[in-house]
Design a protein around this ligand. Structure first.
Ligand SMILES: NC(=O)C1=CN([C@@H]2O[C@H](COP(=O)(O)OP(=O)(O)OC[C@H]3O[C@@H](n4cnc5c(N)ncnc54)[C@H](OP(=O)(O)O)[C@@H]3O)[C@@H](O)[C@H]2O)C=CC1
Ligand SMILES: O=C(O)CCC[C@H](O)\C=C/C=C/C=C/C(=O)C/C=C\CCCCCO
Length: 331
């Protein structure tokens, strides 16, 4: 069983490469621990997500198994409720194999077609897709005819946000960190898109994309972008504070402009949320996302990195913006 160990300091992330080679032979695990009622699973796809950075910085110490979710296949079963060959989503960290009693596993929806990559259960039809769904419909309370702004728009969450906003009858403006990502956004139906790294002025770019301002702002980035965007909100605008990736690597907290004046002046609402707190919307959300994917209304792209030992490279690459759509690792 491979268990890459996490090292708390960002400067030491490269040591993960060495730790990945820390092998515990599978047959030992199998003989000692695998008992009645239990299942042996192998990871097929693993997710790399931005939350791993702030959560590992806060909660983990050197030597811990890195947190994370996977799509896994049951390879042996001593539990009659789970058949060998079944695919599940698990939250068991960066491991190639693990044992479960079945209580912590989520089955893929029964209607999952054979033609659809199972990795989508970690992306568009999984946690990131649900984040977009909850953030737009429950937090922003988006209405048809409104204008929606989203940053990190070509990523796992942002690309779903833009497309759901279009499905919901809104105008959508997105930004991303390369021209090819901007072209992708136009391709999947964004009305306006710009490269936040190359525009002369973020303020001008936001004004040009929607001179009347924004009703909803789905913020994945925080920091400077969010501080400028807040001044472009319409009266009674709503901001879903989903992520702050521009701040996850900071060792010294950024000092930003203060937000009270635009909040008061335009009577804005701003609400942070964590998707797992909205688990009662999971079934409905996954069902809707899967339906839109199958109807061709919700397009997806995945950045697939091959081989488990490349988990650290995939993770660091995603934080640097190397991914288009959802970053996953195929074991
Ligand atoms: N609240 C919740 O429950 C959840 C929150 N999230 C948050 O949503 C956000 C997006 O997550 P996810 O879709 O999985 O990740 P993405 O697939 O969007 O990948 C991260 C992207 O962030 C962009 N990025 C990285 N650094 C910066 C920076 N300094 N400034 C601006 N953009 C940057 C990069 O794109 P680019 O090339 O455009 O710079 C990169 O591709 C994250 O902040 C994450 O923490 C995600 C899931 C659940
Ligand atoms: O292993 C875990 O406990 C995490 C499980 C993740 C999971 O699949 C569900 C929810 C994911 C939430 C993601 C949230 C974000 O990306 C927001 C990230 C950070 C917020 C700041 C945290 C600051 C900590 O000091």
């Amino acid at each position: 069983m491979n268990e890459p160990r996490v090292l708390a300091s960002h400067g030491h992330l490269h040591h993960l490469h060495h730790a990945v080679l820390n092998l515990i032979p599978l047959f030992i695990l199998h003989k000692i621990y695998f008992s009645l009622g239990e299942l042996l699973l192998e990871s097929v796809f693993l997710s790399v997500d931005p939350y791993m950075r702030p959560y590992s910085k806060r909660d983990m110490k050197e030597g811990d198994v890195m947190i994370g979710t996977q799509v896994a296949r049951i390879v042996e079963s001593k539990n009659p409720a789970f058949a060998v060959g079944t695919f599940v989503v698990a939250n068991r960290g960066w491991r190639t194999h693990f044992i479960s009693d079945g209580k912590d596993l989520n089955l893929l929806p029964a209607s999952w077609p054979e033609s659809l990559p199972k990795s989508l259960a970690l992306g568009t039809v999984g946690m990131p897709g649900l984040t977009a769904y909850v953030g737009l419909f429950e937090i922003c309370k988006m209405k048809p005819g409104e204008t929606v702004l989203v940053n990190a728009a070509a990523g796992a969450v942002g690309s779903v946000v833009g497309q759901l906003a279009k499905i919901g009858g809104c105008k959508v403006v997105g930004c991303a960190g390369s021209d090819s990502k901007v072209a992708y956004l136009k391709n999947i139906g964004f009305d306006e898109a710009f490269n936040y790294k190359t525009v002369a002025s973020l303020d001008e770019a936001l004004r040009k994309a929607s001179p009347d301002g924004y009703d909803c702002f789905f913020d994945n980035v925080g920091g400077e972008f969010a501080s400028i965007a807040i001044n472009h909100m319409k009266k009674f605008g709503r901001i879903a504070v989903c992520g702050a990736i521009s701040q996850y690597n900071d060792s010294v907290p950024q000092k930003g402009p203060y937000i009270q004046i635009p909040m008061i002046f335009n009577e804005l609402s701003m609400k942070g949320f964590i998707v797992s707190s909205w688990h009662n919307h999971r079934e409905e959300g996954v069902k809707a996302l899967l339906k839109w994917v199958l109807e061709g209304k919700l397009k997806y792209h995945e950045q697939v990195t091959e081989r488990f030992e490349n988990m650290p490279a995939a993770f660091i690459g995603m934080l640097k913006g190397e991914n288009l759509g959802k970053a996953v690792v195929k074991v």
